[in-house]
Design a protein around this ligand. Structure first.
Ligand code: TXA
Ligand code: MG
Length: 312
């Protein structure tokens, strides 16, 4: 695919919004760095983010919305957050808050967990895009996995040209540093990641020990986080009696399939839904067909490995 470079005028914004609505990926500027956006309600579009970035695991994504009201419709913003928000939403701040169950987000966005990262960008171009699109946009930084966050459209093109539908060129991002991530625990607010928003000096920082613990607890990190209730076995061509079999590809249909035609993107998009279905069916033993360990298949296998690990 040829990546379009769009101007941040009405035509470019409308084109970018239409691409998002069509399930395509569009990189766009915020006041921090460029994000790689997808419709946060569309499993397949969100799976495309992981594919384009070549991300080896499904870590959760920040959801971008145009207004505080739109944020409140997705997450339950705790009292303790209100003093940071003032009347609106400060520049470069992301809040990790409990997800509203009826928010309608793809489970891939939150990696199947019950919190969501929310951000209302201040950047005019980001806001115009979000208003034009009219829904939540999931976006990690618009760089290939393991590389630096992009602060201009050329950076985005250098890393992702040919892998995404478009980049909305809004020039250099003023922040150049990712958003500050603020979470909440029983003791109140805590800074998970330092960033563009300057959190007060006296605010609690997550210690490096807590960071490590949190990294292990984060979905895609901790072995058994977001494991289905049933025991899971990988690389199973022929299931044992009593196993609920999740298939992949035309050769292995299973009881339900991640992708009958063997498409990894479709499989990534359906992964969390099928693990949920296994739970809903009360499956005590789940077997999953072999998934090729290439491209998005690596992230799928990473997630399955963790889900099949012994439980604490
Ligand atoms: O400035 C930024 O934050 C940019 C722009 C595009 O918004 N985004 C960004 O996204 O840097 P990313 O994916 O590169 O980093 C977001 C971090 C990740 O470490 C992710 O694990 C964490 O936020 N995160 C997102 N949702 C989370 C959640 N529900 N719980 C814990 N951590 C979360
Ligand atoms: Mg990043």
């Amino acid at each position: 695919m040829e990546t379009e470079r769009l101007s941040p005028d009405d035509t470019g914004i409308a084109r970018a919004a239409a691409l998002l609505a069509g399930g395509e990926l569009v990189a766009f500027p915020t006041e921090t760095v460029y994000g790689l956006g997808a419709d946060a309600t569309d499993d397949r579009a969100v799976a495309g983010i992981f594919e384009a970035k070549d991300r080896p695991s499904f870590n959760p994504l920040i959801v971008h919305v145009p207004t505080r009201e739109a944020a409140e419709a997705i997450g339950q913003i705790p009292e303790a957050a209100r003093s940071f928000l003032g009347g609106g939403w400060p520049e470069g701040l992301t809040l990790i808050v409990p997800l509203r169950p009826d928010a309608g987000l793809s489970k891939l966005v939150t990696a199947g967990q019950d919190t969501v990262g929310l951000r209302v960008p201040v950047s005019a171009v980001a806001r115009r895009l979000l208003f034009a699109f009219g829904g939540p946009v999931a976006a990690p930084s618009a760089n290939p996995s393991g590389r630096l966050s992009p602060t201009c459209a050329d950076h985005v093109m250098a890393g992702l040209s040919g892998r995404i539908a478009a980049v909305l060129d809004g020039g250099e991002t003023p922040g150049g540093l990712e958003s500050t991530i603020l979470g909440f625990d029983a003791a109140g607010p805590v800074v998970f990641r330092e960033g563009f928003f300057q959190a007060p000096d006296d605010l609690r920082r997550r210690t490096s020990a807590e960071d490590t613990a949190a990294a292990h607890a984060a979905p895609g990190m901790q072995a058994s986080h977001y494991a289905p209730k049933g025991q899971l076995r990988m690389n199973v061509t022929t299931p044992d009696p009593g196993e609920w079999h999740i298939g992949f590809g035309p050769e292995i249909p299973g009881h339900a399939s991640l992708s009958p035609k063997g498409d990894l993107r479709e499989a990534a998009a359906r992964l969390f839904a099928l693990l949920h279905e296994a739970d809903a069916r009360g499956a005590t033993r789940i077997a999953v067909a072999p998934i090729p360990d290439t491209g998005l298949g690596r992230a799928i296998n990473d997630r399955l490995r963790r889900a099949s690990a012994p439980r604490p």
